[in-house]
Design a protein around this ligand. Sequence first.
Ligand SMILES: Nc1ncnc2c1ncn2[C@@H]1O[C@H](COP(=O)(O)OP(=O)(O)OP(=O)(O)O)[C@@H](O)[C@H]1O
Ligand SMILES: [Mg+2]
Length: 229
Amino acid sequence: MAEHGSGARSSSHGPNGGTRDPRNPPVPRPAAAAPDKQTLRTRLLAARRALTAPQRAQAAEDLRTHVLEWAQDRPDGPVCAYLPVGAEPGSLDLLDGLRAAGRSVLLPVVPPRPGALDWAPYRGAGSLGPGRLGLREPTTPRLGPAALRTAVAVLVPALAADRAGHRLGRGGGYYDRTLGGSAPGTALLALLYDGELLDAVPADAHDHPVTGVAMPTAGIVVTGNIGRA
Ligand SMILES: Nc1ncnc2c1ncn2[C@@H]1O[C@H](COP(=O)(O)OP(=O)(O)OP(=O)(O)O)[C@@H](O)[C@H]1O
Ligand SMILES: [Mg+2]
């Protein structure tokens, strides 16, 4: 980055350098401002696009292993999941693995107006069709937003999260409007690539936290569960 370069003005002798004019002290450099959500999204999406197909496939396989193992210890009940788009972490294999383990899997259906997501059962790749926002969605009967309340776990798409549970999504606000409808104690697990668990993610009052993240190498990491069981 430019501020770390050795330009013409780098000839002073450090912060207390003896050659500085004491009548004209250096102006302290402000701490780097935390990136805003959109800046962070742009950076994270670029990093995802840079992943090779084999890297994405390996990450999907590792995530599948971690999440299926983790799900074994969850109480009986449906898992709300999502269909990954583009380089999003996750896979149909993961959804199929959950079903093979006896779980009912629900997938989101984007509502006609901004609001909570609707849900419909996943019954295999053959039961998917085109949905809103260019997404695929189940062609099975809609269960309504309240179906989320029956879930014992929700796999949440995210671009990043931090250890407090703050989550950065793609900017639609759909999950923020939705997750409040989950039952207390429901595991809300964001699926991430390695490196997407950040020191801090910008959060607003409307942002709904997650209770954990899943990553290919680190596996499941429980987050701060702000306000959650
Ligand atoms: N509960 C809510 N009620 C009304 N508006 C909301 C609510 N939650 C989020 N929004 C709005 O949604 C927009 C996007 O929010 P934000 O940037 O946090 O999205 P995101 O978390 O990245 O998206 P998503 O939840 O779909 O993954 C914001 O303008 C915000 O005001
Ligand atoms: Mg948000």
